[in-house]
Every structure is written in C-alpha cells, then in structure tokens.
Design a protein around this ligand. Structure first.
Ligand code: FPP
Length: 254
C-alpha cells in the first residue's frame, strides 16, 4: 500500500535496516527490461510479461514512496518501441489505458503527482484523455512524483529543445550567446525535475537505450540480471545499497 507520512520519523521506521536515510537517492529512474523474456520463459505470450511488469512498477512506486524517494521515472514506451509487432504495440497502449483507469484513484489517495514525458500527441485519443485527466487531477499532490515516459526518446527530446531555442533566436527573442544549460533544460520534457541520482536497469543489458540522455549525465547506474516482472523489495534494497556505496564526485575529486 502506498503511504505518505507527514513525519520523517515515521518514514524512517519503514526504511530497511542497512540503508542510510541520509544517502537515499532523491530521484530514481528505471528501465523496465525483460518483460518479454519473463513471459517466454514461462511459455506465456509476451504481453503477459507486460502485465506482470505493471505489478512490479506498482511495487517499486510504493516502496520508493514509503522510503522517502522524491521522484520515480519509468521508461514505459520508447520512440523505437513502435517497431514492435502491431499486436504488442496495441496491447501496450490499451494496457496503459486500463492501468490509468484502474489505478488513478489509488494514486490520488496516495498523493502521487503523476506526469507523462514524451511526444504524447500521437498516442491514441482515449489514452491522451486519460493522461490529461491523471496529470490534472494529481498536479497539486505533494507525495512522490511519478514520471511515466511514453513515446519518449532522448535524442528526439534534445533535437526538439534545439529547435525551440533556434526558432526563438531566429525571431530575435533569444541571443544565441546566452544559451546555457539551464536554458536547454527548460525545454526538455523533464523541465522542473531534478536529474536522476540512480538509474536501475533490469535484465542485465548494459545500455541506455535512448533514455534521459541529458539527465543521466552524472547518475549512478545499477544493472541487475533480474527480469523486470521479478523486481521486488530485495532487488530494490540491493540497488540502494549499491548506490550508497558509490562516491559521487560529479567530475571533481574527493
Ligand atoms: C521492456 O521489456 C518493457 C516495455 C517496453 C514495456 C514496459 C511497460 C510496462 C511495465 C507497463 C507500465 C504501465 C504504465 C501505465 C506506466 P521487453 O518487452 O523489451 O522485454 P524483453 O527484452 O524480454 O523482450
């Protein structure tokens, strides 16, 4: 169950022994890989893996909320995922719709603030409506920020930001000399969100897959062989322990 605690003391009591509350990541990003393989290993159709993946995502969101993580960003559908079989893409779109319809009230109760990052205007209309309503209904919630990346691509996000700034310069509203990192960041889907401290990728693959290319510049990366639908409390604790052992220098020296 998701719980939002007004006192840090209460939240502290929920944190597993061995984790240091001072060194918790503020923002975790996840690449939820291995749904298809999870299903195939059980002789099930791939789509069953995506269904089980939703449960793993709910578990992860709930634990992150309980343990005081401020933001969770999940890669649900990339700009490249349209190349999957037509039936699988269709299933994923209706799965997103069903999950939003089914879970919105619980998310509201748990004070989750949900946002969707990506080019949303090409998504099925019903899904766009549900996204707009979920975004609006949870906008003022002060609990964990839950960012769901749908039709998201890191390169596309950067190209779009460049286009916006170039156009502003072309019409004389922006001096190119003044373009800095803050200017650029303000045009990304993640505008206003802190960069992830920790990226978790499941299924043992060691790549970024066009995810948050700008924002992950200094994130710590934890890769686990576990397939996403199996990702659970123990796996999250291991990822957090791994994170807490890292020395973050951001290019400097200790
Ligand atoms: C990658 O596994 C997973 C996806 C492309 C879909 C992830 C989506 C969910 C878990 C649903 C989330 C729902 C909401 C509403 C946020 P894969 O299919 O690439 O697995 P494989 O590498 O084993 O083939």
């Amino acid at each position: 169950m998701l719980a939002i605690y007004s006192f840090d003391k209460e939240r502290l009591s929920l944190l597993p022994a061995g984790l240091d509350h001072i060194r918790m990541p503020s923002h975790i990003a996840v690449i939820m890989d291995g749904n298809g393989r999870w299903a195939q290993r059980r002789g099930l159709p791939r789509i069953m893996g995506h269904r089980a993946g939703v449960e793993a995502l709910k578990r992860t969101l709930s634990l992150c909320s309980d343990w005081g993580v401020s933001a969770l960003t999940a890669y649900a559908f990339s700009t490249e995922n349209w190349n999957r079989p037509y039936e699988e893409v269709g299933f994923l779109m209706s799965l997103f719709e069903r999950v939003l319809e089914r879970e919105l009230e619980a998310l509201e109760r748990a004070k989750v603030c949900i946002r969707f990052l990506g080019d949303l205007e090409v998504l099925p209309l019903r899904l766009q409506e549900l996204i707009a309503s979920a975004t609006e209904r949870t906008a003022d919630n002060k609990g964990i920020r839950f960012n769901v990346c749908i039709n998201y691509g890191g390169r596309r996000e950067l190209v779009k930001a460049a286009q916006i700034l170039a156009e502003r310069a072309r019409i004389g509203k922006l001096d190119p000399e003044t373009i800095d990192e803050a200017c650029f960041e303000a045009e990304l889907h993640t505008a206003g969100e802190s960069d992830p401290d920790l990226l978790i990728r499941t299924s043992g693959e060691m790549r970024l897959s066009n995810f948050l290319l700008w924002q992950l510049a200094y994130s710590e990366i934890h890769i686990t062989d576990m397939l996403w639908p199996d990702f659970n409390r123990e796996a999250l604790v291991l990822a957090l322990e791994d994170f807490q052992r890292r020395q973050r220098r951001f290019g400097g020296v200790e």
